[in-house]
Design a protein around this ligand. Structure first.
Ligand code: NAD
Length: 502
């Protein structure tokens, strides 16, 4: 660990448990064993506010992936997991949730140090969301069943359906909510009796490795959960085509999702793709402006804009446009930019230098396209991959900053004159992950909701997420759902059984 990272951890009084975890040699978790990459390869893990080295993680190979798939396959085909009584599977998942909950402070620190995010947000959102997801799906383990049917066919039959786990699930996750996104994949998969191989993002694998220790401590059998850290282009790409994986669930960018999806379909894998977004926000003239401005700013600047369903395009009624922007700026000024471990941090550094450069490039593109920088937009002096919250005004929908996913703290805004125009602007995007409406006129809101082409619609809020509600996009934002009972459909095969009776 670099000395500037050590100093950073000391300044903010990081717990001994976290320091112990970060100072040990990191290994992958395959078939219940802790292993290095088969070729000994590792990658540096960089702390985003100091730009210093935290530790190294193994860079798994395709041979390591083969081992992990074999372990998951052996457990699924011949192990105990899927044969456990549902209540027993529920009990183990609840025990895992208990362990995550009792290590919440440590996991939040690990997530913050690894990804850069606010430690308070990590605790209240990422880790709490992880616990809630496992608890919610633990409860489903006892409620998965088919139906009996009365066929009209001549003859006498007992006809019924069985819900069976799809098999070995491969989960590829991104870096913005590392543990929580993994929980979104694993909660439902484990409840159904599937076994899993996870590939965390190479930038943020640490919480997955600490999580694997808790899986072991919870008494979940070996081979049920396997974690292979490694490059997307190596391990991730091999997962998409691996014959031992029955279902692939991918969260990440649309371009990578398209490649992964194509390969997976060739293998006839079951597939869920949770992809990018450029979610619109419509503020009607009657909205409660200070409250809406706060929610819009939180909806785009939370996690420094590295949120798939961030409300990044705000269309505001012309009669309130100027006033709303003033409210937005007044609130945005109160958001503290600081290293993630600062308890008051809201705007944390971005995850990597590359992501910082990408976002800064987009800000320059916006300026060149003629968008007005209304707030922010200036580079921040290092160290740390910080980007100022930035608000563009009077944008046109054909600008790249309006059409393309930036994945940083950048909001584009434009005025509109009537609801039809707002809808047309909102829907004019290749993406369809989420949308938000701000208004107190319920009749108008109810009229607009069905016409927004988005997987989630938030009214007078943004990113209200709960394990009981499905999450997933329309259009180029992917297909399939995470969370909610809907997710279970993507992890269960339905078998039709016909028994001829005398
Ligand atoms: P990414 O697509 O670059 O990477 C996602 C994961 O895919 C990583 O684990 C990466 O290692 C792996 N990967 C990279 N190349 C691969 C390949 N050729 N084959 C297989 N796997 C490969 O995305 P990112 O930069 O990590 O995350 C940001 C993106 O994720 C944004 O576009 C964001 O909108 C999206 N996202 C979507 C959701 C959602 O639920 N819809 C949630 C979070 C993030």
């Amino acid at each position: 660990m670099d000395s500037n990272v050590k100093e950073y951890l000391q300044t903010f009084g990081v717990s001994e448990a976290t320091q112990r975890f970060l100072s040990k040699a990191q290994k992958m978790f395959i078939g219940g064993a802790w292993v290095e990459a088969s070729d000994g390869g590792t990658a540096d893990v960089i702390e985003p506010s100091t730009e210093g080295l935290i530790t190294r993680i193994p860079m798994g190979t395709t041979a390591d992936l083969d081992h992990a798939v074999q372990a998951a396959r052996a457990q699924f085909d011949g192990g105990t997991w899927r044969l456990l009584k549902p209540l027993e599977r529920e009990r183990l998942l609840q025990r895992l949730a208990d362990l995550i909950e009792s290590h919440a402070a440590e996991l939040a620190e690990i997530e913050s140090i690894d990804m850069g995010k606010s430690v308070a947000h990590a605790r209240d959102v990422d880790i709490q969301g992880t616990v809630d997801t496992f608890r919610y799906f633990a409860g489903w383990a006892t409620k998965l069943h088919g139906r009996t049917v009365e066929p009209s066919l001549p003859g006498n039959y007992l006809a019924y359906t069985r819900k069976e786990p799809v098999g070995v699930v491969g989960a590829i996750v991104p870096w913005n909510f590392p543990l929580q996104t993994m929980a979104w994949k694993l909660g439902a998969a484990l409840a159904t009796g599937c076994t899993v191989v996870v590939k965390p993002a190479e930038l943020t694998s640490l919480s997955a490795l600490r999580f694997a220790e808790l899986v072991q401590e919870a008494g979940i059998p070996d081979g049920v959960v396997n974690i292979v850290t490694g490059r997307g282009t190596v391990v991730g790409a091999a997962m998409a085509t691996h014959p031992g994986i029955d279902k692939l669930t991918f969260t990440g960018s649309t371009p990578v999702g398209r490649t992964v999806g194509r390969a997976a379909v060739d293998e006839m894998k079951r597939l869920t793709l949770e992809l990018g977004g450029k979610s619109p926000v419509i503020v009607l003239a009657d909205a409660d402006l200070p409250a809406a401005a706060q929610a819009v700013a939180n909806g785009v600047f939370f996690n420094s804009g590295q949120v798939c369903d961030a409300g990044t395009r705000a269309y505001i009624h012309r009669s309130i446009y100027d006033e709303f922007l003033r409210e937005l700026v007044a609130y945005t000024r109160t958001l503290k930019m600081a290293p993630g471990l600062d308890p008051d941090c809201f705007i944390s550094p971005l995850v990597s230098k590359q992501q910082q450069e990408r976002v800064l490039d987009y800000i320059e593109i916006g300026k060149r396209e003629g968008a007005e920088v209304y707030y922010g937009g200036q580079p921040v002096e290092g160290p740390g991959y910080f980007v100022e919250p930035t608000i563009f005004a009077h944008c046109r929908n054909d600008m790249r900053i309006v059409q393309e996913e930036i994945f940083g703290p950048v909001l584009v805004t434009a005025p509109f004159d009537n609801d039809e125009e707002a809808l047309a602007l909102a829907n004019d995007s290749p993406y369809g992950l989420a949308a938000a409406l701000y208004s107190n006129d319920l009749n108008r809101v109810h009229g607009l909701i069905p016409r927004l082409r988005a997987g989630s619609v938030y009214v007078n809020a943004h990113s209200t997420i709960d394990p009981s509600m499905p999450f997933g996009g329309f259009k180029q934002s992917g297909f399939g759902k995470d969370l909610g009972p809907e997710q279970l459909d993507y992890l269960l095969e339905t078998k039709a059984v016909w028994i001829t009776l005398p």
